[in-house]
Structures are given as C-alpha cells and as structure tokens.
Design a protein around this ligand. Structure first.
Ligand code: PLP
Length: 413
C-alpha cells in the first residue's frame, strides 16, 4: 500500500474521482452530500473488492477445504489483523466482527452486562449518547434492577466532567460514553473519562462510531475496556462493525449468540465454545462486509489522518464562518474540541422543512433528532439541521449549501 498523502500532495478533486456517487445529479443539481455522520460514501476500491469477492471467490469462510473458500477465509481473517493494527489493539483476538456499533454495544450489554451487573449497581451514560448507547443499558438496568445515571452536557455541548466525577462511586459498574458526538461533533476526553472510571473499578465502553475515520484511535492509550464502531461510517460497507474488547474480559464473557462456528464441539450432553473472537461470531459472517472494510481502512490510511484532519477542520471552520453570517441561525454545539459536524436551527422554522427545501438544490443533509432525543430535549429543540463533512467535501460545496440555505430561509419567511 502507498504511503499516506502529504498536505501538499492532497488534491480533493482527484480524491473525489474515487467516489462514483459524487458525480450524481439530484433534482437537476449536482449532488452535494453532507450527511456523512449518517453514512459515508464508498470509494471504488471498496465497491470493487466486494464485486471481486462475488465474481471470483464467493464461498463461506472457515468451513471449506477447497481453494476459493480458503481465499475467502484468508481475506476475512487478515482483516482482523488490519483492524487490530488500525486501532492499536493488543492482538487480533480482541477484534470481534459485528453488524455495526449498535450490535457491538448490545453484545457487551447482554454478555458482559448480564453477567456482571447486579441489583443496585449503577451504569453511567451521557446526555449526548446516540440511542444505540442508551437503550441497551436501559434494558439491562431494567432486567437487573440497576440504576442508569447520566452525565449532563453544558450549553456548548460539552460533557460536564465535574458532574461525572460526582456520579462515580463504588457501585458504578459500567461507563458508556461516545467518543465524538454524532449530533454536535463534540470530541470527548475519553482517556480522562476512562481513567476516572477505572479508579472506581468500573469498566468503560467507548462508542467510536464517529471517531475512527476522523482521528487516529489508540485503544490501549485510551485504556477503554470496549470500543465500538461501524464500517459504513468509515467509507466501508453497511452491516459490518467492530467490537474491540480487552482479551481477559472477552475470554471471561459468555457468548452473546450461539450456533455454528462459535463452537468446538456439540453433543446433546453439552457444547464447548470456541475461543475468542470466534466465540462471539455465531453463524455465517458478513464476508463481503469484512472484505470491504479492509479496503476502507486502506483508503483511510492512503489519505492519512494528517490530511483528513486538516481538510475536515478547514471545512468545518469555513462552514461555521459562513453560516454565522446568517441572522436566523443558531449553531447547536460549539465545543472547543469539535469534529466536522455542524448542527444548527433556523429560528422559527422546523428542521425538516429546511432539509426538504435544501434537497431541491441537490444538498443532502440530515434533519431531526439524530437518534439523540435526550440531547435534543436538553437543548429544548425538536431537532437540528446537521451538515457533516468528509474528506471528499469541498469549500465550493459549502458555498452551494450556504447559498441554498439563504434562499430557503428567504422563501420560508
Ligand atoms: N453511535 C453513534 C455515535 C452513531 O452516530 C451511530 C449511528 O449514527 C451509532 C452509534 C449506531 O451505529 P450503527 O447504526 O451503524 O449501528
């Protein structure tokens, strides 16, 4: 694989050619895709790898003794090594393939949680969590008569760490916090959050669904016990995700789902389970998803986090500057450490009306609660309009978006 690009080498127009969908015309206008926090677009390398698998070596993994099955098994297994290196896990055995971040959080809640949380214990989440990192813990608390506690958010959309410290105590068993907020873009101090939880003996799950494609993630440095993410938000396919877990925890945890592949032997007297990570991957896995995810990681590495970060920061700074010139706008989420997410409300207008009007200009962005209803309640709003930028977006697209927004506001007056 080629080395990462330098800032001087980076040419966004060249990069855009790798994404066929960016040539689309929608409603007679060029597509301006600004809904990257919902899902990113996919480069040709990912699309072609999936097509190559189906055209040339489609077969099940870990079962066949014939050549194409061995090829598929190799492609599947080597991706685990690649992911392990990508997030600096201790070993490939700590990488479990899941359907996505949601599936990964559920795995931890049902496997680790059911086994280790008892009546009266406490679980801490934050007010800015995606529903995927709230509901599984709510369900667990209900099953176990445990208590869910919530770290509040300040007016800028930052976690109030002093309040978090007050919530922690010896009954805290799990802390589950998002790395980067999908709704506001806030980058949370996950290492500090993890250290504080560990001082109380609690385990920590970090939801990295919005982080792994924006910044280098080192799970060992963070110290997280579990770290979750989804392939489709990081230029990879839908339906594939990752749970990282510390090996000693994964080894002690019971299986989440059971069936084929996750066993060593089955008889009516009893079943012995396979080792980690296969213990957590029952049934035929998403082989095409894993193969596509492999290429998505290659794509991210080939561009490199220096370029990704500086380009995305330029985009968010430019968009923030431009949108601030519009009187009717209020930006929601002004954290000091912020990724390329611009959430806002237009005073007097429902976010959905803005989204529908922007679509007529070819601008695709997200409106609503962003699966963070408690956070919207915190700001007493029905939702926001959210533009989220990826490495293939351009300042010219932001100009189109801002111009369309101004016209929309004028039309709705
Ligand atoms: N966590 C965050 C912060 C997210 O943004 C999302 C998706 O929007 C999820 C979790 C859930 O991811 P998935 O739907 O891929 O499981």
């Amino acid at each position: 694989m080629e080395a990462a690009l330098t800032k001087q080498m980076f040419d966004v127009e060249t990069l855009r050619k790798e994404f066929p969908i960016l040539k689309r015309v929608v409603n007679g206008k060029p597509l301006v895709y600004l809904d990257n926090a919902a899902t990113s677009q996919k480069p040709l390398s990912v699309i072609n790898a999936i097509s190559d698998y189906y055209c040339n070596y489609n077969s099940n993994v870990h079962r066949g003794v014939y050549s194409i099955s061995l090829e598929a098994s190799d492609a599947y297994d080597c991706t685990r090594d690649k992911i392990s290196e990508f997030i600096n896990a201790g070993s490939a055995s700590e990488i479990i393939f899941t359907r996505g971040a949601t599936d990964a959080v559920n795995l931890v809640a049902y496997s680790y949680g059911l086994e280790n949380v008892a009546e009266g214990d406490e679980i801490i989440v934050s007010e800015m969590e995606h529903h995927a990192n709230i509901v599984p813990w709510q369900v667990l608390c209900k099953k176990k008569n445990a208590v869910l506690k919530v770290i509040p958010v300040n007016d800028k959309g930052e976690l109030i760490i002093d309040e978090y410290k007050k919530l922690l105590n010896n009954k805290t068993k799990i802390v589950a916090v998002v790395h980067i907020s999908n709704a506001l873009g806030t980058i949370n101090p996950v290492k500090e959050i993890t250290d504080l939880a560990h001082q109380r003996g609690a385990k920590v799950l970090i939801d990295g669904a919005q982080a792994v494609h924006h910044m280098p993630v080192d799970v060992q440095d963070i110290g997280a016990d579990f770290y979750t993410f989804s392939g489709h938000k990081m230029y990879g396919p839908m339906g594939i995700g990752v749970l990282y877990g510390k090996l000693e925890l994964l080894e002690a945890m019971p299986p989440y789902q059971t069936g084929g592949d996750m066993i060593i032997s089955v008889s009516f007297k009893g079943t012995t389970y396979n080792e980690v990570p296969v213990k957590f991957e029952a049934g035929t896995p998403n082989v095409e998803g894993v193969i596509g995810l492999n290429k998505a990681i290659d794509f991210i590495k080939s561009v490199g986090f220096d370029v990704i970060n500086s380009h995305e920061q330029e985009l968010i700074n430019y968009a923030t500057e431009k949108i601030s010139e519009i009187d009717e706008i209020e930006i929601i989420g002004t954290a000091k450490n912020k990724a390329s997410v611009l959430s806002f409300v237009v005073r007097g207008q429902h976010p959905m009306d803005i989204g529908i009007m922007l679509d007529t200009y070819g601008v695709a962005l997200r409106t609503g609660k962003h699966c963070t209803e408690p956070l919207m309640d915190r700001f007493s709003i029905p939702g926001t309009v959210r533009a989220s930028f990826a490495v293939y977006n351009t300042p010219e697209e932001i100009d189109i978006f801002i111009d369309a927004l101004k016209r929309t506001i004028k039309a709705l007056k």
